[in-house]
Design a protein around this ligand. Structure first.
Ligand SMILES: Nc1ncnc2c1ncn2[C@@H]1O[C@H](COP(=O)(O)OP(=O)(O)OP(=O)(O)O)[C@@H](O)[C@H]1O
Ligand SMILES: [Mg+2]
Length: 481
């Protein structure tokens, strides 16, 4: 077992904990136990005989409210108290150890707790991520109103004959995912072909889309079938449509109106039966005003647009948690950790929810993958959450942004301690646990670096980027005096 929180001042209980865990954190009372639990996500909590069944119930009610699930056992004194074991178990404890004569059962209890199958828990929580009626084919995670509205629109468009379809939204919001969803719901057995309009030169893009006849231009040494034809009755996804050259926009408009086209250099007309889905992360109306996008094409595309809300939109913060957990459970970045890391600590989640996510879901997915690589425990903690500073943010003050010549270990340490204090609202027990140092060490460092609460708040005003504590992890236990 990796981490245990012992809520006891008794030497023998602490010694016992050391026998079964790599790291032991000691708390004096229930409040401190809760602080440490929220910060270090232990595998087990051990209470001593000072605590009654009601105390345990009270503690577990609070952890439940804070969405923390941690097993609790109680180690009683050597006296026999009839019915006490049952009372503790009724109040939510996993087991009760009846003094020294019962110590030998501890290993067996720990084995029972660690053997609990995690896969089963994972399965049930994963299934309610997806809006049920689309679950089979549309892996779109989220429960916010914005996401539900988006799914409704996808379904509406897919069930209709609407063609073309326009999908708009910021970068990384899931436009391609939405396009695939429309495709799957409309005609899942057909082809889905994606073309990035920004990735090809004008001529190449034209011959890719329409195909060409042999000899139609230098290098056209054989006939080519265009993607519009290859897509058949399936879908052709025109990604970044705003980057399509103006003259090609005119040709596309004709395809949309006539439902047929000619190969480059060809004379015969070919029918176009595919659903054409275009996407843009640029504001197309602005592009029209700037003379870069055809107004007529815009109106042709904009029949029933699907708008994808950015992750920072009001109400989408509940999606951040679900998406983060989904990426944790589906990531393949560290196969050896697969299925082991399934959740985040409260502080880590808060950091994710505070961020503005300019790169949207893709950025969140990257942050979670990075966290999986950095995390050494079974739960993603704040120290593994590394979020990029917003681009061009001169005021960013993270140690990683310091110029190399500015670097000093003391400065980095002071910064780290300041951040831990700030993140934990100056709760020193939590800050010490977060940093992996003793509370006494924390006090000494705060004094050494002259870190003051008022000064810190003033100095950091408006500068904080959540989750910037570097992934330093000390294995020293926190022994709270
Ligand atoms: N609601 C969601 N549930 C699960 N995964 C999502 C969701 N939204 C986006 N993603 C994932 O986020 C990543 C980015 O999505 P996608 O490529 O569709 O975005 P995009 O809007 O096309 O981005 P860009 O504008 O940069 O091309 C993909 O890995 C996608 O699967
Ligand atoms: Mg895309």
């Amino acid at each position: 077992m990796r981490r245990i929180v012992v809520v006891s001042g008794q030497d023998q209980v602490q010694k016992l904990a050391h026998k079964i865990a790599q790291e032991v954190f000691v708390a004096d009372d229930l409040a401190e136990a809760l602080d440490i639990t929220e910060t270090v996500s232990p595998d087990l909590l051990v209470f001593d005989s000072r605590f009654s069944p009601d105390h345990i119930r009270q503690f577990l009610d609070t952890t439940d409210k804070n969405q923390i699930s941690v097993p609790v056992i109680v180690i009683g004194d050597d006296r026999n108290h009839p019915g006490l074991s049952e009372d503790f178990i009724r109040m939510g404890a996993c087991d009760y150890i009846c003094g020294k004569q019962d110590y030998s059962r501890l290993q067996e209890i720990v084995g029972r707790i660690t053997d609990k199958p995690k896969a089963a828990q994972m399965q049930t929580s994963l299934s309610d991520f997806f809006a049920e009626q689309y679950a089979a084919s549309v892996k779109m995670v989220g429960r916010s109103k914005a996401l539900r509205d988006q799914l409704k629109m996808i379904k509406l468009v897919a069930d209709s004959c609407c063609n073309p379809v326009l999908i708009v939204g910021e970068t990384g919001t899931g436009k391609e995912l939405a396009a695939k969803a429309v495709h799957l719901l409309r005609h899942s057995n057909e082809q889905f072909i994606a073309v990035n309009c920004a990735a090809l030169t004008a001529n190449l893009l034209e011959s890719e889309l329409f195909g060409h006849v042999k000899g139609s231009f230098t290098g056209a040494d054989r006939e080519k079938t265009g993607l519009l034809e290859l897509a058949g009755s399936g879908t052709i996804f025109l990604d970044e449509i705003s980057e399509m050259p103006m003259d090609l926009q005119a040709k596309l408009l004709r395809v949309l109106q006539e439902k047929n086209f000619r190969k480059v250099g060809g004379t015969s007309t070919i029918p176009c039966n595919a659903t054409i889905i275009a996407s843009s992360n640029r504001n197309l109306q602005k592009q029209i005003r700037a003379g870069r996008f055809r107004r007529d094409l815009y109106y042709r595309l904009n029949i029933c647009p699907i708008n994808i809300a950015p992750l920072r939109a009001p109400g989408r913060s509940e999606d951040i948690k679900l998406l983060a957990e989904y990426f944790l459970k589906t990531s393949t970045i560290c196969p050896e950790k697969a299925g082991r890391i399934t959740s985040l600590t409260k502080l880590a989640l808060e950091a994710l929810q505070k961020h503005a996510w300019p790169g949207n879901v893709r950025e969140l997915s990257n942050v979670i993958e990075r966290a999986i690589m950095l995390e050494t425990t079974d739960k993603i903690g704040l120290s593994s959450i590394m979020i990029d500073s917003p681009p061009n943010d001169e005021s960013s003050d993270g140690p990683t942004n310091d110029h190399v010549t500015n670097f000093s270990l003391e400065k980095a340490e002071r910064e780290l301690i300041s951040r831990a204090l700030r993140e934990t609202g100056w709760q020193k027990t939590r800050a010490a646990a977060l940093l992996g140092i003793t509370r006494a060490t924390l006090y000494a460092k705060v004094k050494q670096y002259n870190i003051e609460k008022g000064l810190l708040v003033k100095a950091d005003c408006g500068k904080q980027t959540p989750g910037e504590i570097p992934a330093t992890h000390h294995s020293e236990s926190v022994a709270v005096p």
